[in-house]
Design a binder for this molecule. Structure first.
Ligand SMILES: NC(=O)c1ccc[n+]([C@@H]2O[C@H](COP(=O)([O-])OP(=O)(O)OC[C@H]3O[C@@H](n4cnc5c(N)ncnc54)[C@H](O)[C@@H]3O)[C@@H](O)[C@H]2O)c1
Length: 267
């Protein structure tokens, strides 16, 4: 089996819904024991309940909080004895009610950086010592095609470019220690995040397009117009790439960022 994760212990941050839930589902199918870690504890529990591996678990974590992340790491180590895989997926678009502001304010810049960049770094630094002990580990960071080209929400796009750069930096630092670090840049995925954007912003333009979308029908039309392969990406699509990168089949891949976007960006 490609991407066999039997017996591996995986943490997925932001695993409760959307892309994170898709990643949890695929890692579960591939045999991993999955820790669904999310600040929304109830939703994390619901996602956990759908997993087939009953050794899996769920817990509340806030990736912006050192104590919370350290507690997550300690919980996983004490329960399972190791951490093989970390998927840094938790992310936000902006501060509360970002959609009410035409231009981002200080909170948009600060809060988005705290979750999307510092959250990734914090979780990575918390698990890396345990991976170094065993000279084994896979870290997969969820960036975005927003990393490839600036768009209408620069406070978001900048954080995703930073995630790609962090991925390269960390991959270089850990390459000789048996730890792979890669990123995925999802394209257009219909999730609660995308739904919220359309609900609140209306006519949201994710890039430098001539028009945006204000509901699922317009999202579908945008997909047809913008995505060369003519279809949206799904949480399961992202989960499949995450599972591959988290597996030993990808052992010679590190420091890379993969666009999973139906051909929008080719680099
Ligand atoms: N949906 C898309 O089209 C798309 C495209 C490119 C990249 N992404 C990225 O994929 C990731 C997931 O996006 P999504 O669309 O599934 O979003 P979503 O809002 O539907 O889900 C994000 C999850 O992260 C959790 N989360 C947020 N802040 C957290 C924190 N501080 N600590 C712990 N958990 C936290 C939320 O509770 C939620 O469960 C994000 O990093 C996002 O930037 C999404």
């Amino acid at each position: 089996m490609i991407a066999d994760l039997t017996g591996k212990i995986a943490i997925v941050t932001g695993g409760a819904q959307g892309i994170g839930a898709g990643i949890c589902s695929v890692l579960d199918q591939q045999g991993a024991t999955v820790v669904v870690a999310d600040q929304n504890e109830d939703a994390a529990m619901s996602t956990f309940k759908q997993l087939s591996n009953k050794q899996s678990s769920h817990l509340g974590v806030d990736v912006t909080d050192d104590q919370s992340v350290n507690a997550m790491t300690k919980y996983v180590i004490s329960k399972y004895g190791s951490i093989d895989i970390l998927v840094n997926n938790a992310g936000i678009i902006g501060a509360d009610e970002w959609w009410t502001r035409e231009h981002g304010n200080d909170d948009d810049w600060q809060n988005t950086f705290d979750v999307n960049v510092r959250g990734v770094v914090r979780c990575s630094e918390a698990v890396t010592p345990y991976m170094l002990e065993r000279k084994y580990g896979k870290q997969v960071n969820i960036a975005s095609i927003a990393a490839r080209r600036g768009g209408t929400l620069p406070f978001y796009c900048v954080t995703k470019a930073a995630v790609v750069n962090w991925t390269q930096s960390k991959a270089a630092a850990l390459a000789s220690s048996g730890i792979n670090v890669n990123a995925i840049c999802p394209g257009l995925v219909w999730t609660p995040m995308t739904q919220r954007i359309t609900d609140h912003r209306g006519n949201f333009n994710p890039g430098t397009l001539k028009s945006g979308y204000k509901d699922k029908d317009e999202f579908d039309a945008l997909v047809k117009a913008w995505v060369p392969m003519g279809r949206e990406q799904t949480p399961i699509d992202i989960g499949k790439v995450a599972a591959f990168l988290a597996s030993d089949d990808a052992k010679n891949i590190t420091g890379q960022a993969f666009n999973v976007d139906g051909g929008i960006y080719m680099n």
